[in-house]
Ligand binder design. Structure first.
Ligand SMILES: Nc1ncnc2c1ncn2[C@@H]1O[C@H](COP(=O)(O)OP(=O)(O)OP(=O)(O)O)[C@@H](O)[C@H]1O
Ligand SMILES: [Mg+2]
Length: 153
């Protein structure tokens, strides 16, 4: 469990995570309303060098951004609850981009087999806890790298 004391800690976490991301990586951002999924997405975008403001893609479901080296697809599947809709997710998952997904549980049948899940829990107005769940060797390696870096600073 990773303790996040405030927004600055969340930004540091986003920066560390981003260092280990490469094209094609799928990150599932889980957590209740207001947990900080979009906030973390903004910090990841900032670390990737995205200049545009990242906001919740509620109406579009998916918004795409260009960073320094990597593209970013940000999805918010909240509106797809009970929708059973395939919006052509495969094309996004196969793209040379980092993919961040909020409310991924609503598109479970379409998710790739491997991914890194970031589970954010609200502890207090400013505090969060984060748990990482990796499926697949690639994501287990990313998780290990992040935990190693967090424990050494
Ligand atoms: N340590 C923190 N980490 C992340 N967000 C924080 C933290 N402390 C305070 N906040 C605030 O909590 C709010 C999180 O809102 P955010 O939109 O990121 O949540 P969300 O998980 O995306 O919610 P939704 O399910 O509605 O999309 C923001 O207003 C943010 O500034
Ligand atoms: Mg959000």
């Amino acid at each position: 469990m990773i303790k996040i004391k405030n927004l600055e800690d969340m930004e540091v976490f986003g920066g560390i995570l981003t260092k280990y991301l490469s094209a094609g990586d799928v990150i599932l951002l889980n957590g209740d309303l207001g947990a900080g999924k979009t906030t973390l997405s903004q910090f990841i975008g900032k670390a990737l060098g995205v200049k545009r403001n990242i906001n919740s893609p509620t109406f579009n479901i998916i918004k795409s951004y260009q960073g320094h080296h990597l593209k970013l697809h940000h999805m918010d599947c909240y509106r797809l609850e009970n929708a059973e809709e395939d919006l052509g997710f495969d094309e996004y998952f196969e793209d040379q981009a980092v993919i961040l997904i909020e409310w991924s549980q609503f598109i479970k049948p379409y998710l790739p087999e491997t991914s890194l899940t970031i589970e954010i829990k609200t502890i207090s107005p400013s505090e969060r806890s984060i748990e990482l769940k990796a499926i697949g060797k690639h994501y287990l390696d990313i998780k290990e790298s992040i935990l190693r870096e967090l424990s050494t600073d």
